[in-house]
Design a protein around this ligand. Sequence first.
Ligand code: CP
Length: 312
Amino acid sequence: MPLYRKDLLGIADLSAEEINLILDTAETFRDVNQRRIKKVPTLRGKTIINLFFEASTRTRTSFEIAAKRLSADAINISASTSSVVKGETLVDTALNLQAMAPDAIVIRHSSSGAPHQIARLVDAGIINAGDGAHEHPTQALLDALTIRQQKGRITGLKVAIVGDVLHSRVARSNAHLLSKLGAHVSLAGPRTLLPFGLEKHIPPGEGSVAFADSVEDAMSDADVVMMLRIQLERQSGGYFPSLREYSIHYGLNRRRLSLAKHDVCVLHPGPINRGVEIDSDVADGPFSLILDQVSNGVAVRMAVLYLLAGGD
Ligand code: CP
């Protein structure tokens, strides 16, 4: 089944079949990434623009590597070195890039909905690399690939997502994706950082999304624990007394992790705040798949570029 889409704007738009198609395609690209020569000619002659209005290490680098491993031409633009600093608008930026005939534009922006606005204006495929607190679809896809590889399935798993859920596009995309694939998502964190009502926007699927009464309840018997970064850049302050108190009450340490299943997987989208939402001995410990997530990010982004920008 091909992916009959021009854009990848969010997980909310995707069916379970489309998600599985992307994950299965990513598995084949994982093999390419393990070869001595990590390059295939699939997207030769295609042009991919990475347009980042917010900082990024993992997403931007892995999209660039993904494009290059598919033999596409990859161009990186960051807002700070573009004509955005001279006052050019997002729409004008996109229209000018479109005039250079790219095949796909990968965009990260601090405003929710920015990629959707651009997608309506340009012929190039638009891939959302994170829009405000809305969605980060390729992060959820690489998380799902990592879980599926480790557990052999997603259906029926209990996944605790803990921390700053309110400002987290990763949590939102994962809530959609994991419930569509049949997992039971338990959200927890400080009450000030929980978007109560979110579950009402998740259509009923095979799985479920619910708020736990406490971090301990969320982690109890969890198959997967996904910790979230505190997004200080999106907070106006006052959500919790101090980072130290946050760590004591909501951080992942070995004691809290012992509440989960004996073969639990620990995930974190990065960048991690060591000693705040996760202790170093857990982040670097035997249950952590944090660097596997990063590796899978390349394969997932290769799959998305392949399926959207010329997987014929
Ligand atoms: N997970 C993630 O989006 O990381 P970056 O901000 O480094 O891209």
